[in-house]
Design a protein around this ligand. Sequence first.
Ligand code: SF4
Length: 334
Amino acid sequence: MSEAPLLEVRDLSLSVKTDAGPARILDHVDFDIRPGEIFGIVGESGCGKSTLAKTVLGLPPRNSVIDSGRVMFRGENLFELSRRQTARRLRGGTMGFIPQDPFQSFNPTFTIGKQMLEILRWSGLPEDPEGRPFGRADRKRHRDRLIEVLSAVQIPDPAEALDRYPHQFSGGQRQRILIAGALAARPGLILADEPTTALDVTTQMQILKLLRDLAAEYDVAMMFVTHDFGVVAQICDRVSVMYAGQTVETGTAADIIDNPRHPYTEKLIGCHPERSGNLVGIPGKVSSPIDPPMGCRFHPRCALAERRCSEVRPPLEGPAGGRRIACHVRGAAS
Ligand code: SF4
């Protein structure tokens, strides 16, 4: 695995305008993803992880403003592209997206083939593996590519599946079809937004194994958004833990799960009974992004909080690409 980052998110802050004032949804977020790795973004609901994924994809929320930072993909600053360039270059040809809900993500009145062909046309594939132009009119080659990716995600009789409607597939099969759609345009990075949350546990395990296998087979990196450290343990190489819009800890998934340093990470892992041995909640609730607490945003819920925690924001410290922690008490400099 190459060490040069595929995606670099640096000091990214984003606010959304609301009637009550600006809500800082992302606050100095910082991480990178290397080619071929599966990188988890983990945190509670409302921590900003889905907004982060959509912003990286070029679809920030309406009424949002980038307050600071940049998102670099293959060395190119995505914030310097026009919306049209972003749509063409990111959605499809260079980045794929797997949405959360396989039941809501299809139009029930069109066949699977028609909807997947739209994705391919929209993404504007430049060429096929032999270097031939992949033009808009080339329906047969597009269709062949869709059959190839449906086969890769183990949809039975993929040619026939293209002519069927969404309701003729189970939830697990629909999620596999969405994964095929994300793969179809040969992206370098796939963003997956809680892609197994709507599925039963057995199907979830199958989909996670499939994603892991496909990432290796197609050499595609993934940014995997989840609230569940059990999912992180199964699929992620490295992980970034987010709390209230801030990155609080990053490192390898195995290292963080075995030895969480940040008090929030520790609590979040404690919420998973298979990891902690019993079910322990996190007292309090995530702070409002409109009026966040001073200093460390976790301090109203933290048992280790000291006076400085409510006064000074702890920086994210540690070696670039290694274990990094934002905590006055447990951080690298403590
Ligand atoms: Fe807790 Fe202070 Fe660390 Fe924040 S900086 S997590 S309040 S100990």
